[in-house]
Design a protein around this ligand. Structure first.
Ligand code: AMP
Ligand code: ZN
Length: 114
């Protein structure tokens, strides 16, 4: 079975606009932005959604949060504020079944920042 689209992005098998990367996470620009800043923080390890998190994922979760913080800083929205959203399950609107966190911000200074 083909790996999922975010696994392909993580493995650089398909292109994406990478904003930040650490050992366990990649942050990319969403291909269909729904906000002035719309990024996706994606763990390199494939799990479907929050329902599948267990203790073995603790280091990955820290890495994701550090990556989100760094991406917010790169996007210059740390002071103006940003939202972090993770859809879990198709009933919640999840369309890519690989855990990811939307980082979204509409406020900010100037034109499109990132
Ligand atoms: P969700 O609906 O929560 O599963 O979010 C999936 C998100 O992935 C959507 O906002 C899509 O626009 C985005 N997306 C899908 N394919 C790509 C891609 N190849 N590169 C960047 N973002 C993507
Ligand atoms: Zn995957």
């Amino acid at each position: 079975m083909d790996p999922c689209i975010f696994c392909k992005i993580v493995n650089k098998e398909i292109p994406s606009e990478i904003v930040f990367e650490n050992e366990k996470t990649v942050v990319i620009k969403d291909i269909h932005p729904q906000a002035r800043v719309h990024l996706l923080a994606i763990p390199k390890k494939h799990i479907e959604c929050i329902n599948d998190i267990d203790d073995s994922f603790s280091e990955d979760l820290l890495a994701i949060h550090l990556a989100i913080k760094e991406a917010a800083s790169i996007a210059n929205v740390v002071d103006t504020g940003y939202r972090v959203i993770s859809n879990c399950g198709s009933g919640a609107g999840q369309t890519v079944m690989h855990l990811h966190y939307h980082i979204m911000a509409d406020k900010g200074i100037g034109e499109k920042l990132i």
